[in-house]
Ligand binder design. Structure first.
Ligand code: AHG
Ligand code: MN
Ligand code: MN
Length: 324
């Protein structure tokens, strides 16, 4: 059984990946080990409940949103290779080390609504190379395709680390000693699926292509798709994407009619791009229904986006419905 500490240098050497990038990943992973400890203890560590504050996106923060954010920032600031970071919970980017060559973007705690009820949550991260010149918001506004790596840690029944440095996807499980051990190499998202994930309570707000798509799935064997579909909605993107990575499925958070100036709920830089890179590396697909997620040119750190991702057959199908 290979630990993360044994696997990483071998993986870097095998693919000529810079050691500095490996060190940034190590920092993210060590911060997530700390966060895992807090999540696991819950009320015993006094970390549940509301923080009484809000983030720039107008969302109420939970104590663990703030704690996880602080842990990541502290660890990353201590890594000389990190030039700057951007977080879902911070108004603007945070400058770190002048000589650093990498930028880290993260959703410190994904699935906040699940923290207090002991359902899986996670941390999502994206790593970019910094271009030459002074650090500015623009330094972060790179397309998902430009990511040097991405991944997530799922705090679930097992704490699992999943990442890619663009040479396949690797899955590690946290053992009883707090060590991540390699448990799966190169998982592949099945091309076809019979499972979908969408928040059905928003149905009346959906636009026609999503109405049609979900109606077809719900029609099951008797409809045009000719098979029965099952539905899951955890309300933690990390948990949904992990399920899809393990057994296929399609995950959607579409734009809807409530506010047409908002392209969706999820964030391109902290959620959609890192997850899309993982899924593409594992043979899945991801987009906003108009284009591949990873090709979108970002315009803002906290930009939101419509999300359709998972098994290739379903993502391509729903994209086709948007084109007609
Ligand atoms: P966050 O907790 O970081 O704000 O993200 C929550 C996201 C995502 O994880 C999940 O898929 C979705 O919001 C759930 O939204 P609903 O509560 O609308 O179902
Ligand atoms: Mn989130
Ligand atoms: Mn979050």
């Amino acid at each position: 059984m290979k630990t993360f500490a044994q696997f990483l240098p071998q993986h870097l050497a095998q693919h000529g990946i810079p050691a500095e990038l490996g060190s940034v990943l190590e920092s993210v992973v060590s911060a997530c080990c700390d966060i895992s400890g807090k999540v696991r203890l819950g009320a015993l560590a006094g970390v549940l409940g509301a923080a009484g504050t809000g983030n720039i996106q107008g969302e109420d923060q939970k104590k663990l949103d703030v704690i996880a954010n602080d842990i990541l920032i502290k660890v990353l600031k201590n890594n000389q290779n990190v030039a700057g970071l951007a977080s879902e919970e911070e108004d603007t980017f945070v400058a770190c080390n002048g000589n650093g060559r990498y930028l880290v973007l993260f959703d410190p705690l994904d699935g906040s609504s699940n923290i207090d009820v002991n359902i899986s949550v996670g941390t999502i991260f994206s790593i970019l190379a910094k271009s030459e010149g002074a650090l500015a918001t623009e330094s972060f506004l790179q397309s998902g395709r430009a990511q040097a790596g991405s991944g997530y840690v799922l705090y679930g029944p097992q704490t699992q680390l999943v990442f890619t440095l663009k040479h396949g996807v690797f899955v590690f499980t946290l053992d009883e000693n707090g060590v991540f051990v390699l448990t799966q190499e190169q998982p592949q998202v099945p091309v076809a699926t019979k499972e979908f994930a969408i928040n059905m309570s928003n149905q009346r707000h959906w636009l026609p292509p999503v109405q049609q798509y979900v109606a077809e799935l719900l029609a099951g064997e008797t409809g045009v798709r000719g098979k029965n579909y099952n539905m899951r909605w955890v309300a933690s993107m990390v948990a949904e994407i992990h399920r899809i990575l393990m057994r296929g499925g399609v995950f959607m958070y579409p734009q809807d009619t409530r506010d047409l100036s908002k392209p969706g709920k999820l964030r391109l830089m902290y959620e959609a791009n890192p997850m899309s890179l993982i899924l593409e590396q594992a043979g899945g697909a991801a987009g906003d229904a108009a284009q591949a997620m990873l090709d979108i040119q970002p315009t803002g750190l906290h930009q939101r986006v419509a999300v359709f991702m998972g098994s290739r057959e379903e993502v391509e199908y729903v994209e086709r419905l948007h084109r007609v």
